[in-house]
Design a protein around this ligand. Structure first.
Ligand code: SAM
Length: 219
């Protein structure tokens, strides 16, 4: 009950108050119990207006940032979504509430395994998690998946540029949300594929952990 009240307050004061009105998205935030996705010592802060560490030098993003990014994606019930950066699995669960199927890739194996176990325990059956470098896109696990393309792609770590592999896997009419920039300054981009062309919208400055792998920043 205590956490339910904190969740309601988080939605009212951090998400709705900042202008997000998408009812399906707000319902998903009510459904997913954020305190289950943070380390035990951080449970009391799970609904705070801030990111939290989840181990391995990684973070679960601030609730409002997660809400804003998913809102930009315009996820529908029939969508197939790709997420790069599973992390704790919190955003994966929100996407699974909203979409038909979620594919998620995490670079750090211990985080991928932990998220996979928790999401299974919570009963999600529409999530597939891969341990890999997500900037290459989803590598098919069977012949049936060969041509997998996505209605929406969300990247939760910052890249120096938009990875080509992700643009290739975006369907016509698809949306991609990604923080792009360097260690000091990043912009949140919404990319749409329309008539084969890529259109970019800038949604302001942001700060994310870097994408690890081939598409990483040069130190
Ligand atoms: N959305 C996550 C959540 O709800 O907990 C938080 C994501 S955290 C800000 C970024 C995640 O991206 C980290 O878990 C990190 O290990 C992962 N990551 C970084 N580079 C990656 C890559 N190349 N491919 C896949 N995951 C990557």
């Amino acid at each position: 009950m205590h956490y339910k009240n904190l969740r309601k307050k988080m939605i009212e004061q951090q998400i709705k108050a900042r202008g997000i009105t998408n009812e399906r998205l707000l319902d998903a935030f009510m459904q997913v119990e954020r305190h289950l996705f943070v380390p035990p010592a951080a449970k009391h802060f799970a609904y705070n207006d801030s990111p939290l560490t989840i181990g391995q030098g990684q973070t679960i993003s601030q609730p409002y940032i997660v809400a804003m990014m998913i809102d930009l994606l315009e996820v529908t019930k029939s969508d197939i979504v790709l997420e790069i950066g599973t992390g704790s699995g919190y955003q994966t669960a929100l996407l699974a509430e909203l979409a038909h199927q979620v594919y998620s890739i995490e670079r750090i194996s211990s985080l991928a395994e932990k998220a996979k176990k928790l999401l299974k325990e919570l009963g999600y059956t529409n999530i597939k998690i891969q341990h890999d470098d997500g900037s290459k896109g989803w590598i098919p696990e069977s012949d049936a998946e060969e041509d997998v393309k996505f209605d929406a792609i969300i990247v939760s770590a910052a890249a120096p540029s938009i990875p080509e592999g992700l643009l290739r896997q975006l369907k016509e009419g698809g949306r991609l949300v990604i923080p792009v920039g360097d260690k000091f300054f990043q912009e949140l981009l919404l990319v749409r594929k329309e008539n084969g062309k890529i259109k970019k919208e800038n949604h302001g400055g942001c700060q994310f952990v870097p994408l690890i792998g081939k598409q990483a920043w040069k130190e």
